[in-house]
Design a protein around this ligand. Structure first.
Ligand code: GLU
Length: 397
């Protein structure tokens, strides 16, 4: 008897990743020979620096081909704690390796944290727009994601007051992401301090996704570890993907209180076990050969910075319609003038169809009036893509 698939209650409302769907679409069109300008997925176009690739090759030859501890190899956990400690203010308590869990990309660390911390009946505040996967990870944890909308005049960032107004007795935590995907906005010290004070007053968990922290153009983007944040309800998330051009290696991590870290390790032990041994050795090189990796990060961030300036130039008179991109490598543009129920999706579809440029519709980030264009691609390509966006926005759909 044929029994068609019906989704379980776990995934009944789950949506495909909007960012990965656009990336897949662009890849498929390219495979058909259509020269798509892909401003979809946020992925640095640089090669992983040579010294990291070579360290990985040497590690494989030396036998890094077997299971490791679920939470990661001890030298990498040490190196991650040391990396976090590099940025701490003088006198702050250093992090230790026992607070670190290494995972298959920061995405898995975020998932581990959501599943370990929240459950049915809980609400978690999500500053919106936010990266598409936060909402879906909370959904997988059967938790209610509560979008809290930021104002365009404030770079779509949320304030502590806006978060407080959205809170209920069921609120258990909030997601923070600065520099922000999809907007590129960076929270100031004062804004972060106010949000942390609010979370502390209510006893909320704060999950701080800091994957873009080193990619900032108008001054430093702060980690919550650099503020006087209480550590007992703080989860820091980071990884090597964006700053070191290591997306495909899949290495991320969490730094959290030891009891939570043990719970996240247990989640991971049943889902995937350890992240790939060879990738852990690659990350170890990135985090311990600091002269080489700092130089590589500096070079790549300088290139992103030049592209940021160039794409803003290409926007010309339309620049005020974009959130000021102070970090990450995204341009978030208001296309609500094209009208309809989902202007971002209509615009993105027309842009791909007419001008062969792939961008992510803002509906993936709960703001349908917008589109996200990633400029983590060759400068001339990013500029050409943005020029075509301007053309379509000017001529209309
Ligand atoms: N985080 C990147 C993006 O937003 C990579 C794709 C993904 O994992 O969502 O495009």
């Amino acid at each position: 008897m044929s029994r068609p698939f019906t989704p379980s209650p776990n995934i009944v409302r789950l949506k495909e990743s909007a960012t990965l769907a656009v990336a897949a679409r662009a890849r498929a069109l390219r495979a058909q020979g259509i020269p798509v300008i892909d401003l979809g997925a946020g992925e640095p176009d640089f090669d992983t620096p040579a010294f990291i690739r070579q360290a990985a090759a040497a590690a494989v030859e030396a036998g890094a081909t077997r299971y490791t501890a679920t939470e990661g190899i001890p030298p990498l956990r040490d190196a991650i704690a040391a990396e976090a400690n590099r940025w701490l203010p003088a006198g702050a308590t250093p992090f230790s390796a026992s607070e670190v869990v290494v995972s298959n990309g920061s995405k898995q660390s975020l998932y581990n944290a959501c599943v370990a911390l929240f459950g049915p009946g809980d609400e978690v505040l999500v500053p919106t727009p936010s990266w598409t996967s936060y909402y879906e990870m909370l959904e997988l944890a059967r938790t209610t994601a509560v979008p809290v909308f930021g104002q365009a005049a404030n770079g779509l960032k949320v304030t502590a007051d806006e978060l407080e107004r959205a809170a209920t007795p069921r609120t258990r935590g909030l997601m923070l992401n600065s520099p922000c995907n999809p907007t590129g906005a960076v929270y100031s010290r004062h804004e972060l301090e106010e949000i942390l004070a609010l979370a502390d007053r209510h006893g909320w968990w704060v999950i701080s996704d800091e994957i873009y922290r080193r990619i900032a153009y108008d001054g430093e983007a702060l980690s919550l570890s650099q503020l006087d944040a209480p550590r007992d309800r703080l989860v820091l998330i980071n990884g090597v993907a964006k700053a070191y051009a290591m997306t495909g290696w899949r290495i991320g991590w969490s730094i959290a209180p030891v009891a939570l870290s043990k719970a996240m390790t247990a989640v991971q032990s049943h889902a995937t076990s350890n992240p790939a041994a060879v990738s852990q050795h690659a990350a170890l090189a990135a985090l311990t050969r600091l002269d080489e990796s700092d130089a590589a990060v500096k070079t790549m961030v300088a290139a992103f910075h030049a592209r940021r300036d160039a794409v803003l130039d290409a926007l010309g008179a339309l620049a005020p319609r974009a959130v000021h991109p102070a970090g990450a490598f995204y341009l978030y543009l208001d296309v609500s003038s094209v009208g309809g129920d989902d202007p971002g999706a209509a615009f993105a579809a027309a842009l791909l169809d007419r001008y062969q440029v792939a961008v992510v519709p803002g509906s993936g980030f709960y703001t349908p009036g917008w589109i996200r264009a990633s400029y983590a691609t060759a400068q001339a390509t990013a500029v050409e893509g943005v020029q075509r966006i301007v053309r379509l926005l000017t001529e209309g759909l």
